[in-house]
Design a protein around this ligand. Structure first.
Ligand code: NAD
Ligand code: IPM
Ligand code: MN
Length: 356
């Protein structure tokens, strides 16, 4: 029985409310499936830590976290206290880059019992993955500001696409599409307007398709792709996108499934050289933080993805089944306000844990 050690980083806002519920769900699954999980909590990667230490992370964060098998992360950001680019570039974006978590896998599924804001959409009609490039692209630190404070003030920030970086996310997406029944891959592009990086992206998609002739490929420019998420969500199976496009699509997709509160994500280093990180798609939600009403499902589903990643697919599936069974009951006393219920974070989590 192999032991897995998990670093738990709650972060800020509702991150501190949903991570404990995620850990309780993981413990329930671990007990049922006889998995040896150990957890250690960290207070860094939070704005309170920043206000005390002047930085988001301790100097030795990489050594501290490297020895874990995975990182279970909540959310970071308290824009009233610390500018978002400072808190995020000082924490989450460092983890993704330094741990080379170049895949951000974000499932998007309309669950039984949930009403989609898209009229008449039924469970089964929205069920796809966004595979987001997670280490380069539009999220680059190359750029600068000149002529500051003058009428000629100018800012610029480069988009970076490396052949390695593009090919590895495409390969992952093709592999995923190949294993799914529909074997369909959609590429998010904008090669009509962004005339250097995006045509390159398209060219690499074409080249990689050569190795996966069994996968049907289409592509849309990001503007109409966003529209089609709303108009035809049933068209999609695996959607591969650059860092920024993937970010946008992975809030839009889950919104079409009722609420972003249910959406999980896996920041994966597929080679296993570094720990992978599991966090909900949503942020710290300062508008509802402290009220105990955040939807815990995104965080709990992250636990399922983490167990899958650690080789315990049966336990991961049990968590997802538990989530689905609780949602299918559609009990307004249990569901959180984002799902039109009156339940608390604890009520919804408790129902799922009991189902596990
Ligand atoms: P957000 O995801 O925190 O919130 C957007 C809206 O969705 C809010 O109205 C919020 O109440 C609601 N919401 C989010 N999660 C919910 C949940 N689990 N249950 C119910 N409702 C939920 O996005 P934002 O407002 O743009 O960002 C707030 C802060 O979080 C910012 O500092 C931002 O940078 C940060 N952020 C962090 C992450 C992350 O750590 N991965 C992700 C996104 C945003
Ligand atoms: C996400 C978030 C982050 C991102 C922010 C908080 C930097 O929106 O994980 O989707 O843009 O990647
Ligand atoms: Mn996002």
């Amino acid at each position: 029985r192999k032991a897995h050690s998990i670093a738990v980083i709650p972060g800020d806002g509702i991150g501190t409310e949903v991570t404990p519920e995620g850990v309780r769900a993981l413990k329930a699954a671990a007990e049922r499936f006889n998995i040896d999980l150990t957890f250690e909590d960290f207070d860094f990667a939070s704005c309170d830590y920043y206000l005390e230490h002047g930085q988001m992370l301790p100097d030795d964060w990489k050594a501290k976290l490297s020895r874990f098998d995975a990182i279970f992360f909540g959310a970071v950001g308290m824009p009233e206290k610390v500018p978002d680019h400072v808190s995020l570039w000082g924490s989450l974006l460092q983890f993704r880059r330094e741990f080379d978590q170049y895949i951000n896998l974000r499932p998007c599924k309309l669950m039984p019992g949930i009403k989609s804001p898209l009229a008449d959409r039924q469970p089964g009609e929205i069920d796809f993955y966004v595979v987001r490039e997670n280490t380069e692209g539009e999220y680059s630190s190359i750029g600068g500001k000149i002529f500051e404070g003058t009428p000629r003030e100018t800012v610029m920030q480069e988009t970076v696409m490396t052949r390695t970086g593009v090919d590895r996310v495409l390969k992952y997406a093709f592999e995923l599409a190949r294993k799914r029944p529909r074997r369909k891959l959609t590429s998010a592009t904008k090669s009509n307007g962004i005339s250097i990086t995006m045509p390159y992206w398209d060219e690499r998609v074409k080249a990689m398709h050569g190795a996966y002739p069994e996968v049907a490929v289409d592509q849309f420019h990001i503007d109409i792709l966003a529209a089609n998420f709303v108009l035809h969500p049933d068209w999609f199976d695996v959607v591969v996108a650059s860092n920024l496009f993937g970010d946008i699509l992975s809030d839009l997709g889950p919104a079409c499934t009722g609420t972003i509160g249910v959406a999980p994500s896996a920041n994966i280093n597929p080679e296993g050289d570094f720990p992978s990180l599991f966090e909900p798609v949503h942020g710290s939600a300062p508008d509802i933080a402290g009220q105990g009403v955040a939807n815990p499902i995104g965080q709990i589903w992250c636990g399922a993805m983490m167990l899958d990643h650690l080789g315990h697919e049966d336990a991961g599936k049990a968590i997802l089944d538990a989530i689905e069974s609780v949602l299918a009951k559609a009990d307004p006393g249990v569901l959180t306000p984002d799902l039109k219920g009156q339940g608390t974070t604890r009520d919804l989590a408790q129902a799922i844990i009991e189902a596990i």
